[in-house]
Design a protein around this ligand. Structure first.
Ligand SMILES: Cc1cc2nc3c(=O)[nH]c(=O)nc-3n(C[C@H](O)[C@H](O)[C@H](O)COP(=O)(O)OP(=O)(O)OC[C@H]3O[C@@H](n4cnc5c(N)ncnc54)[C@H](O)[C@@H]3O)c2cc1C
Ligand code: FES
Length: 414
């Protein structure tokens, strides 16, 4: 072999090695580039409520309390048909149809529709919801406690079968891992946050995440061990637990970080500069003060997402979307076809459901927040306005009474 031949072989070998190296780099880059899509997992797949139509039977396979006061109970649900569950977007909820039977009270023997947020990350075998027992309003022991939540706590046992609609809702984590997420929860509003946190920890472990969680004290502190374990194993998660009224056994620095309420002052003092995405779910007082405060602080509308758990939670003050409001209330005729009644809307009611009920019309309702679809009615003619896009995907030619107002004379198949 001549020196020239040897040199040619060495050059060819070097070229081959170089090409292989470049190939490996390109492959790695491609793999890394594909990572966010894989990381995004269920949140990117955008499953819809139509993944199964209507109601599906789920068996309660486990239940356990999440707080020392035993007022917040998790229910693990497995489909009776045994088929795998579709993924959901962390933050979404399930809708339940509950046959509330037996016992005294105005709701005994009725079918109730209620929504409960999924409180864990997607799992093809189980869904989990966590339900807080709703007592009678403070100072009103004469009023019955929450019907559905009492039913869950007092009657729903392992082995029972429940009717459930597919996951739905527009309050869910943005899968963009580059955006630090700030979860702000009050009380039971922590349930969608736990789902989003668990998903972030699993699918986007490098994403910066803050949880501000306000509760009364250690007795009501739900998911305590889970959250502490997550914070201990994920250095990108900052836990800010705020007790409004710490108990004698609660220790600051061990059980909670701050005393008071979750407010703008606290957020400003804890969050680093820069853009954050805020997710808010809590009681009316928190929602009504915090969401406008975030806007006033300069947080863009796209970076504030919130969920109300019930009509009492209401909508925070101020416009939430850029949707123009309809002209100031004018009188409109509203005809309820089934009862053959024609009523006059004069802007006095918050929505068509309140309006119909005030006039004694029997209309089905569930969540009263535009989430469950129970109050959906066929719109024979006219236009209904929504201040915000409802969570429930309204069927063509229908409207939601609980969050809609007439924008013209209406004829409803209700
Ligand atoms: C999208 C969404 C997600 C949700 N996620 C969760 C969740 O993860 N966990 C959770 O616990 N909840 C959640 N909720 C709230 C849940 O759906 C129910 O609203 C809640 O459980 C209360 O329902 P209930 O039937 O127990 O109470 P209701 O029977 O609806 O009663 C509500 C309150 O009214 C009081 N009351 C009863 N009668 C009267 C009267 N005549 N006058 C005045 N007050 C009266 C009751 O004592 C009670 O305090 C969510 C709601 C929505 C819309
Ligand atoms: S009552 Fe649930 S959407 Fe209207």
């Amino acid at each position: 072999m001549t020196v020239l031949q040897l040199l040619a072989i060495i050059s060819a070998a070097l070229l081959l090695q170089g090409a292989a190296g470049i190939g490996v780099i390109v492959w790695r880059r491609r793999a890394l580039a594909a990572q966010p899509a894989r990381e995004a997992g269920p949140a990117a797949r955008a499953p819809s409520a139509r993944e199964w139509p209507g109601w599906r039977d789920f068996r309660v396979v486990r239940r356990n309390f999440e707080d020392a006061a035993k007022s917040q109970c998790s229910f693990y649900l497995r489909p009776v048909d045994g088929a795998p569950l579709p993924a959901f977007r962390p933050g979404q909820y399930l809708t339940f149809s509950l046959q509330v039977g037996g016992g005294p009270g105005p709701v005994a023997g009725r079918v109730l529709t209620r929504c409960y947020s999924l409180s864990d990350c997607p799992d093809p075998q189980n869904y989990r919801v966590t339900i807080k027992r709703m007592p009678s309003p403070a100072g009103r022991p004469d009023l019955p406690p929450g019907a559905a939540s009492s039913h869950f706590h007092d009657r729903v046992q392992e082995g029972d079968v429940l009717k459930v609609k597919a996951p739905a809702g527009h309050f869910f984590i943005d899968a963009d891992a580059a955006l630090p997420a700030v979860f702000i929860a009050g009380g039971i509003g922590v349930t969608p946050m736990v789902s989003m946190l668990r998903w972030c920890a699993m699918a986007q472990p490098r994403r910066a995440v803050h949880l501000f969680y306000g509760v009364r004290n250690g007795a009501d502190h739900a998911f305590k061990h889970l959250l502490e374990e997550l914070a201990a194993t994920h250095r990108t998660l900052q836990l800010h637990v705020v007790y409004s009224s710490p108990g004698p056994d609660d220790v600051q620095g061990r059980d909670y970080q701050h005393v008071g309420h979750v407010g703008l002052e606290l957020l400003r003092s804890c969050l680093p500069h820069g853009r954050h995405q805020f997710y808010v779910c809590g009681p009316p007082a928190m929602m009504q003060s915090l969401v406008p405060a975030l806007r006033a602080w300069g947080v863009g509308e796209d970076d504030i997402r919130f969920e109300a758990f019930g009509p009492a939670s209401g909508r925070p003050a101020g416009p939430v979307t850029s949707q123009p409001l309809p002209a100031s209330p004018t009188s409109f005729e509203v005809r309820l076809d089934r009862s053959g009644r024609t009523l006059v809307w004069n802007g006095q009611d918050a929505n068509l459901l309140d309006f119909a009920e005030r006039h004694g019309a029997a209309v089905d309702s569930g969540c009263r927040t535009g989430s469950c679809g129970t109050c959906e009615a066929r719109l024979v003619s006219g236009t209904v306005h929504y201040a915000d896009k409802p969570d429930h995907d309204i069927a063509s030619g229908h409207c939601l009474l609980c969050v809609g107002k007439p924008q013209s004379a209406l004829v409803l198949d209700a």
